[in-house]
Design a protein around this ligand. Structure first.
Ligand SMILES: [Mn+2]
Length: 363
């Protein structure tokens, strides 16, 4: 008889825990009348897909109807296409009456992350999130938090599997795209569970819908914003800093940070912009040894902002509604100097991104 390796045992123990929690979720849902499934503000594909899949599980296993909700805006073209092409019935959180719901579920974020629109006096019953566990999250009746997953969509795909629920084409397509987007095509912080879920979901997906989501038509303001993003980006050593000014949708800071990270020789990319009384920051890194989530939390905590994220991608927002133009500029300069120090590039001469690389080529 062969003895299973310790890591095999550990992963089996983990799978059992997950299965137990999935069953507890179903039992709990069977005692309730209507669910609210909420994701974070300005949601990304992972948050959107996870909410949709959780509602599907609640309906299939407990006959429970759900309201799908988020705060903020969906501005990124792919995310808007995800909603439109799959006809996802999300509502904005300010239109939701909490009293109409007796089961509150939160996905792809946690109460203490503060990047969501659930009032402080209503703690969720269910929290499903792949970001590092925050202490208060343990208080939820069902807390599937942390773990080794590159996307919350991976957790939901695993729930579908252990509960024997077949995904609809919409659910599968959304989850597939959620994993793809959060892991940058399985290239960033990808765990074996993500690859498993991705492969399992693929046959259920709507390939034509997926193509329309991934290659959406773009509004003219997108190109205007990107023009500004190219003009304003500054390279400091191996880092790009980009202050976008005021933008039409907060999720565009992530889009710009992500794009600028593609520049040759760049290890860090940060984009920031104001929208509706807040300063939004988005940070990306190629370096697997770095922890973007911890870095942005450490910096932003000093300014009373909220932040979330993990190893190679993170975001934050700071309230600036009460601040004048000049104070905001000062804040941005302070943040920039702080990040440049953290990245070890404070002594590198800044080069506008559009001039970057010209010098060495001319020589
Ligand atoms: Mn996520």
């Amino acid at each position: 008889m062969t003895t299973p390796s310790r890591s095999a045992l550990r992963s089996r123990g983990k799978a059992l825990d997950l299965e137990e929690r999935a069953r507890r979720l179903v039992e709990l849902a069977r005692t309730r009348k209507r669910a609210l499934v909420l994701t974070h503000d300005n949601p990304d594909p992972d948050g959107i897909a996870s909410a949709l899949a959780l509602a599907h599980i609640l309906e299939e296993k407990a006959g429970l109807e759900s309201t799908l909700a988020y705060g903020g805006l969906v501005g990124r073209a792919e995310n808007r296409a995800l909603m439109r092409v799959l006809k996802l019935p999300f509502v904005r959180m300010h239109r939701v009456s909490l009293d109409d719901h007796d089961l509150v579920c939160m996905v792809d974020t946690q109460p203490e992350a503060r990047n969501h629109s659930l009032p402080d006096d209503r703690f969720p019953d269910v929290i499903i999130d792949h970001h590092p566990e925050r202490p208060a999250s343990r208080r939820a009746a069902v807390a599937e938090v942390g773990g080794v997953y590159g996307a919350t969509a991976t957790i939901l795909a695993t729930y579908l599997r252990v509960l024997g629920v077949e995904p609809t084409r919409e659910v599968a397509t959304a989850l597939f795209y959620g994993i793809k987007a959060d892991t940058r095509d399985l290239g960033r912080e990808t765990m074996p569970a993500d690859v498993d879920a991705y492969v399992w979901l693929f046959p259920y997906t709507d390939k034509e819908a997926l193509a329309r989501i991934e290659h959406p038509r773009l509004p003219p303001e997108y190109f205007r914003l990107f023009h500004r993003a190219l003009e304003r980006a500054v390279v400091h050593g191996n880092a790009v800093w980009c202050d976008l000014g005021t933008i039409y949708s907060p999720d565009m800071v992530a889009e710009v940070a992500e794009r600028h990270l593609s520049l040759e020789g760049i290890k860090w990319s940060l984009a920031l912009a104001t929208h509706d009384g807040h300063l939004f920051l988005s940070l990306r890194t190629h370096d697997r040894r770095m922890n973007a989530g911890k870095l942005i939390r450490d910096v932003v905590a000093e300014y009373g902002g909220s932040a979330g994220g993990h190893g190679q991608m993170a975001g934050a927002r700071l309230p600036v509604a009460e601040m004048g133009e000049e104070a905001i500029s000062r804040l941005k300069r302070e943040l920039r100097d702080r990040f440049l120090r953290e990245w070890g590039v404070e002594d590198s001469a800044p080069v506008p991104m559009l001039e970057y690389g010209l010098e060495s080529r001319e020589r």
